[in-house]
Design a protein around this ligand. Structure first.
Ligand code: AMP
Ligand code: ZN
Length: 471
């Protein structure tokens, strides 16, 4: 049984899918006005581990993700500039070019991190009809009202509006007041926009569509309500995102979807904690953030970042430092070299030890709310046990087990190849062997030295001498 922490109940609960054997999973996708930063990518890695754990446990997962390509505003409080228009101005491109370019960049990042792509990736601009349909339902249910500037969700009409964040409504009010949009028709400061009309400060808004409330564009939150429910049904199993989405975005998604369809939106709400830099949240809007490209430019393998993320539990904050990334890369390199050792191992013990205990520990770790640090420690236990008693292990079986683990870890273990040993080196090793047999130790040592200078090591085992590339 998989057990997962549900933000809605603040408890770790047994996971039971709504439909046998199937899981509907929704992930809030990127806002494509800039590159994703490695904090965002940490959240997508957590969501990937969740999906892979479900698949590893035999579920058929339907994964849906939106792409926020309608420029929502730089502030959650319906005020501020349009993010995409800001990006377009910065780069002298159209908003459509900006969205296309950064969507591609995002897909490239997730490929480099071996994050499985959602089967349905839905740009908000391609789901305007669905968004309008939800807003219409909200009108019909008395949850929405219109002003000359916009259409709002009336939070006073929705019972238990703050059930996810468990904030008091007054706290939200205080938060909103600082930058609240000055629409005199708005009933409560916490009310949030469902549709903006192309009037006033938005009269030149570049992206716009027709709607029953006039020409304009949707508010940010409505796209996720519309896209999730239209693709997965309502309720669906698991909704995910970063912790910053709890208080505003997910709270509003719940109000919209549950207001419109009178049933819960999702059974489980799961949130990934922040990646910090120098102890504060890495944020796009602060303008100082690290991208995967920057890590690669410094010579890091993107999978080293994936490994680093797996070393901490998704509900703990993770402070990013270059040293920790270096350490992660080093660890990953050691695992890779262990796999190479297994690939070159030929001998087969008669009575190899069973690997079942490792498999079940790995399984238990992931099924206990995705404890990736514990899952990695099982991997390290295998390495240390093998190194101390390699004669009791069947290398091929360990390899098969590690490939199996990699279905969840996603560290590309199956792509690791044996180090190729050039013919000239093999030839020298043969000559050394002949010299040894003739007890010509001087000559044998010379060949060993030559082999080592060429970057290889030769070591003698009871089954003869073996060659390996130097690490
Ligand atoms: P955005 O593109 O801003 O909508 O964010 C994409 C995802 O990254 C969302 O799930 C956010 O909650 C998450 N996120 C934003 N900042 C961070 C951070 N510093 N660490 C981890 N996740 C984050
Ligand atoms: Zn969302």
């Amino acid at each position: 049984m998989i057990r997962l922490y549900n933000t809605l109940t603040r408890k770790i609960e047994d996971f039971k899918p709504i439909r046998k054997g199937r899981v509907g999973l929704y992930t809030c996708g990127p806002t494509v006005y800039n590159f994703a930063h490695i904090g965002n990518l940490r959240t997508y890695i957590f969501e990937d581990i969740l999906r892979r754990t479900l698949e590893y446990s035999g579920y058929n997962v339907t994964h849906v993700m939106n792409i926020t390509d309608v420029g929502h505003l730089t502030s959650d409080a319906d005020a501020g500039e349009d993010k995409l228009e800001k990006g377009a101005k910065r780069e002298g491109k159209t908003v459509w070019d900006i969205a296309r370019f950064y969507t591609r960049a995002f897909l490239k990042d997730i490929r480099a991190l071996n994050i499985k792509r959602a089967q349905n990736i839905v740009p908000a601009t391609s789901a305007i009809r669905e968004q309008i349909a939800v807003i219409k339902k909200l009108f019909a249910g008395g949850f929405a009202y219109e002003t000359p500037e916009a259409v709002y969700f009336d939070v006073s009409k929705f019972r238990n509006y703050t059930k996810l964040s468990r904030q008091r409504l007054e706290e939200k009010k205080a938060g909103a007041r600082a930058e609240v949009i000055e629409d005199p028709g708005k009933k409560h400061p916490q009310d949030f926009a469902l549709w903006f009309k192309r009037v006033g400060k938005f009269k030149n808004h570049v992206m716009h569509w027709n709607s029953p409330w006039g020409d304009g564009f949707p508010g940010w939150h409505i796209e996720c309500s519309a896209i999730s429910t239209s693709r997965l049904g309502q309720p669906f199993d698991i909704h995910t995102g970063g912790v910053d989405h709890i208080a505003v975005h997910h709270t509003n998604e719940i109000a919209q979807s549950e207001g419109a369809f009178k049933k819960p939106l999702a059974r489980f709400w799961m949130h990934g904690e922040f990646l910090l830099v120098a102890d504060s949240k890495m944020a796009k809007s602060a303008g100082t953030f690290l991208t995967l490209q920057e890590l690669e430019k410094k010579g890091f393998n993107p999978l080293a970042f994936r490994y680093l993320v797996l070393t901490s539990h998704y509900r703990s904050k993770l402070n990013f430092t270059w040293e920790s990334l270096r350490a992660a890369e080093h660890s990953l390199e050691r695992v890779r070299s262990f796999i190479k050792t297994l690939l070159s191992e030929r001998k087969k013990p008669k009575h190899p030890v069973s690997l079942e205990k490792y498999r079940s520990q790995f399984d238990d770790a992931l099924k206990s709310d995705l404890q990736t640090p514990q899952a990695l420690s099982v991997l390290w236990k295998i390495i240390s046990d093998y190194n101390t008693q390699s004669e009791s292990f069947d290398a091929k079986k360990i390899l098969a087990l590690l490939y199996d683990f990699d279905q969840v870890l996603g560290l590309h273990f199956t792509a690791i190849k044996k180090d190729a040993i050039p013919e000239t080196i093999r030839d020298m090793a043969m000559k050394r062997e002949v010299a040894r047999r003739n007890k010509d130790w001087d000559k044998a040592d010379k060949f060993r030295a030559k082999i080592e200078t060429a970057g290889f090591v030769i070591f003698d085992t009871p089954d003869g001498s073996k060659l390996r590339k130097k690490q």
